[in-house]
Design a binder for this molecule. Structure first.
Ligand code: CDP
Ligand code: CDP
Length: 227
């Protein structure tokens, strides 16, 4: 498999990380969850008592702490320094504040630098909100995943239930809508389909159907590159 970069963007719970992980595994590429990086900064701010509005202090936290990913038998784990924060960064307190943290230009500048460094050698599947538009504008394949908000809330609801987390469906749906609104209306690199990204509406599609559709796009692109 020729090494290329694959950018996957889309709103909350559209299936980005699930399909990105499968593609990375099948192609032998590196999976990078950029949302986990913004979530990690939010967690650091909560732990350090830094206000989500304090851009300079947030950047300072990024400079003073190392965010890293580790591949293990249990999947990809997220670390802040030596601490495994894989579970902690999914807590509601992080989820409900991450959009405020990620809207800061200087925070984005720092994290985008790290993301571009990871993708430099190619062979990366990266998911987020601005990968196709800002982080990897030259990615060979760009996918913009969407699904109806009801279906996205249902997917998250089922996921929470399977983890034993009790959530109210209506609240979950409203939280997703609120986060999408903040992410798509912020000034710096808002959630937006890149002009050259393929739009894939996954409403009613299984994970396997989505993966198959993306692989068809990848194969078409690879054929174009070699010809
Ligand atoms: O998995 P889920 O869709 O809930 O979110 P995520 O991918 O973990 O991203 C969490 C948050 O980080 C998003 O709501 C955005 O505010 C921010 N984010 C971003 O601004 N840019 C990215 N490339 C990735 C995430
Ligand atoms: O990364 P993102 O927030 O976009 O979504 P995700 O965490 O990959 O997917 C959210 C949930 O939807 C997971 O539990 C997936 O297993 C599920 N899912 C699904 O049921 N059908 C799809 N076509 C894609 C994801």
């Amino acid at each position: 498999m020729k090494k290329i970069n694959i950018a996957i963007d889309g709103p909350a719970s559209s299936g980005k990380s699930t399909v990105a992980k499968i593609l990375a595994n099948d192609y032998g590429f590196i999976y990078t969850d950029t949302g986990a990086m913004y979530r990690s900064v939010t967690l650091m701010a909560i732990k350090a008592g830094v206000a989500f509005t304090d851009e300079d202090a947030l950047v300072q936290l990024i400079h003073e702490n190392a965010i890293s990913f580790k591949q293990t038998d249990q999947g990809q784990l997220v670390f802040i320094n030596d601490n495994n924060v894989t579970e902690d960064i999914r807590q509601p307190e992080v989820t409900n504040n991450v959009s405020e943290v990620s809207a800061h230009e200087a925070v984005r500048r720092e994290l985008v630098k790290k993301q571009q460094e990871i993708a430099k050698a190619s062979g990366v599947v990266m998911d987020g909100r601005d990968i196709g538009t800002a982080v990897l504008p030259n990615a060979e394949v760009k996918i913009f995943l969407v699904a109806s908000v009801v279906e996205r809330a249902e997917r998250r609801y089922k996921e929470n239930q399977s983890k034993g987390i009790m959530t109210d469906f209506q609240t979950l749906k409203e939280e997703i809508e609120h986060r999408d609104l903040l992410d798509s209306t912020r000034k710096i690199s808002p959630l937006k389909k890149a002009a050259d990204a393929e739009l894939l509406d996954t409403t009613g599609m299984t994970i396997q159907q989505v993966v198959t559709s993306i692989k068809e796009i990848v194969e078409k692109k690879l054929a174009e590159i070699v010809s």
